[in-house]
Design a protein around this ligand. Sequence first.
Ligand code: ASP
Length: 404
Amino acid sequence: MKLWVKILIGFVLGAVVGLIVGPPAAALKPLGDLFIRLIKMLIVPLVFSSLVVGASSIGDLKKLGRVGVKTVVYYLMTTAIAITLGLVLATLIHPGAGFVLKSVGKFEPKPVPGLVETLLNMVPTNPINAMVTENMLQIIVFALFAGVALALIGDKGKPFHDFFDSTAEIMYKITGMVMEFAPIGVFALIAWVTGTNGPEVLVPLAKVIFVVYLGCILHAIVTYSGAVYLFARMSPVRFFSGFFEGMAVAFSTCSSSATLPISMRCAQENLGVPKDISSFVQPLGATINMDGTAIYQGVCALFIAEVYGIQLGMPQYLTIILTSTLASIGTAGVPGAGMIMLTMVLQAVGLPLDGILLIAGIDRVLDMIRTCMNVTGDAAGAVVVAATEGELKTLPAGTTVGAK
Ligand code: ASP
């Protein structure tokens, strides 16, 4: 049986078991946590080693710069489309209509770092510390420098290159091994979520959930399908089936970073993205490109405004687009991070922060779809960038999911 079929079965069984068993299904969570830990174990060595080798093989600085610019432009554009879509849907569907506001308590916001500080923070003062604390942007910056320098020193760099090249291969191999456990991990995580989020939690906010899911699915169908077809002539069916494992893992783990090893493997093995491009575009995307989060933040901002009876005008809409773009860039690829960053959007438009508590109870369910979109956007980006560089590999016909 193909791996993706097994994952799908784990998924459906998990949902059924969670619904039948209810909250005690939480007992299964350690199996899911084990799965997440197994993948997380690979992130730092995988990202660092593959990016060093990738940057050194991209070699010439001009190409590296070009790939960088394309990636960032693609990420910003798709994120702006995502928020606009979220806002349009929320305006049409009115997720807050009919919601009865009871007293919610006080939300204590955490301070959000400013723009200058965020940019400065990308440069590590201690690369080892960046790895220890899993600071992805800092790891990326250091790896890029190391890779470029490696290309510049020629023969002297060969041992370093070979060492990291084989480190990356080892990490990819372990990713494959860990994925064998994915059906069980996904089963446990989904059972836990459905078991602990019964209908009583979900129904009052069904409209918010509906709008966020609809926004994400439309964004995938329109924007991502359009992008891979337009730039790479890749059929959407091929794209989504090739990336299915990445989507399933993101959906169940709610973490773009934790999904990274799987998304890179899918893009390289099933979608034909070369390693050097995948190891640059995807780790960067897992950190800064969060289209699902952007949709969610737009929808939630409008929902909160509606529930509190606050009218928003064009300037507020534009502020939401701008701040949600920034907030989604600043959101870490870990569960629940998007909700914390929502404070930034609410603050900018002057909406009550306490409103966050309204959605806190269902945030996991929203996190699943937004994380799924976040990583799918990165994979589509990798395909687009590879195609425009003329480097997308054509795989043998019929290669889709789980080629290996
Ligand atoms: N959990 C999301 C992710 O890892 C971030 C978010 O909370 O929006 O992509």
